[in-house]
Design a protein around this ligand. Structure first.
Ligand code: SAH
Length: 352
């Protein structure tokens, strides 16, 4: 069966071209844009300020489609993990994380991940393909529509499956619509892209007129250790990545975040902490320590609470701003690095 072509994911210009092809003026395209991203209509039928005849003509060849939810798992801490099945059978995950003063959506940009970081379940599960713009943006639409109604601000992190800067075009197309005031209207300050630092793509992102916050997956205090944990270090080295991150224009003068997964007995000693202070000396940035979220397939252990405390203290005494990330949704494998392709390993879904 041939699928109708999806309106969701098209940018202004693509919509204008499409409407022009139907002999319609540009303002009709703008109305559709607003329905798709500002009001997040789930069907053409809902676009009630388009004349009925036009809606029917549109619907003959097009539809509004979001990714299909296959399972929803709810954590005891309120975190909800969404498992989506895409048209070709690829599966991806997104996470809804309710917090005290905000609610966060964590989205994926690839089905699986080719980077194979030693401690990350996504990489261990393999790589399937890049996501399309509508598949990236659609995760946000689905999670927002599913969330209980309240007025807490949204925060979006591109920290799910995959490396966003290896899927540059589709990711940036989604970012533009997310940050567009006439689109999802997410403030750039409330949107964070996390990357290992794919340098040519990072340079390109810096040139975008509107950019999100930046988080860099550092995870080591020197090149040799980072190489052991993250094969990408061979292509894009730790010092070059930090240098590029320092030039990245963070929204509203904020600071770049350096993520550091803390692995028990591997990168968590006081000597590593002191080395990290030296590595970041003179840089503007904050370190986010992420105690390893374990899984049976991950060949590392979490650090002790004492090791994290001591690490944290050395950084802050070294004038490095530091925070420790609290794990969310660990019981449903929704925490950082626990998203993966294989559905067999996922816990049983719960009704919601
Ligand atoms: N590829 C991008 C986007 C994924 S972000 C990146 O690496 O930045 C996911 C974050 O969770 C990264 O900082 C990643 O290194 C971290 N992470 C991966 N596995 C983890 C684990 N088992 N426990 C805690 N954090 C993990």
């Amino acid at each position: 069966m041939e699928r109708l072509s999806n309106l969701f994911g098209l940018d202004r210009e693509a919509l204008r071209t499409l409407f022009a092809g139907l002999g319609e003026p540009a303002y009709r395209a703008q109305q559709a844009y607003s329905w798709l991203y500002e009001k997040r209509a789930a069907s053409i039928d809902e676009m009630t300020d388009l004349p009925k005849a036009l809606r029917e003509r549109l619907a003959a060849g097009h539809a509004v489609r979001w990714p299909e939810v296959m399972e929803r798992a709810r954590s005891t801490d309120g975190t909800v993990k969404f498992l989506f099945e895409l048209d070709d059978g690829a599966t991806i995950e997104s996470v809804f994380i309710p917090e005290e003063r905000r609610r966060t959506i964590c989205i994926s940009t690839q089905a699986g991940c080719p980077l194979k970081c030693a401690f990350c379940l996504t990489g261990i599960g393999g790589y399937k393909r890049n996501l399309k713009t509508w598949e990236i943006l659609g995760q946000v639409a689905v999670v927002m529509a599913d969330a209980p109604p309240d007025h807490m601000p949204w925060n979006i992190v591109i920290m799910g499956m995959g490396e966003p800067l290896l899927n540059y075009e589709a990711t940036v197309a989604a970012l533009r619509i997310l940050m567009d005031r006439e689109g999802f209207a997410i403030s750039p300050k409330k949107l964070t892209l996390s990357t290992v630092g794919i340098l040519p793509a990072l340079e390109k992102l810096m040139l975008e007129p509107v950019r999100p916050n930046l988080a860099i997956s550092l995870h080591a205090s020197n090149k040799a250790l980072r190489r052991e944990l993250m094969p990408i270090e061979d292509r894009y080295g730790i010092e070059e990545v930090i240098a590029a991150a320092q030039r990245y224009p963070i929204p509203s003068g904020g600071m770049v975040t350096y993520e550091y997964v803390v692995l028990g007995g591997v990168n968590d000693s006081p000597a590593h902490a002191r080395e990290l202070v030296r590595l970041l000396r003179g840089s503007k940035g904050k370190v986010n320590l992420i105690p390893l979220n374990p899984a049976p397939e991950i060949p590392f252990a979490p650090p002790t609470a004492q090791a994290v405390d001591a690490f944290c203290r050395i950084l802050s005494e070294g004038d490095v701003t530091v925070s420790v990330r609290r794990p969310r949704g660990q019981d449903i494998l929704a925490a950082c690095g626990q998203l993966h392709l294989k559905r067999e390993a996922a816990p049983a879904p719960v009704a919601s």
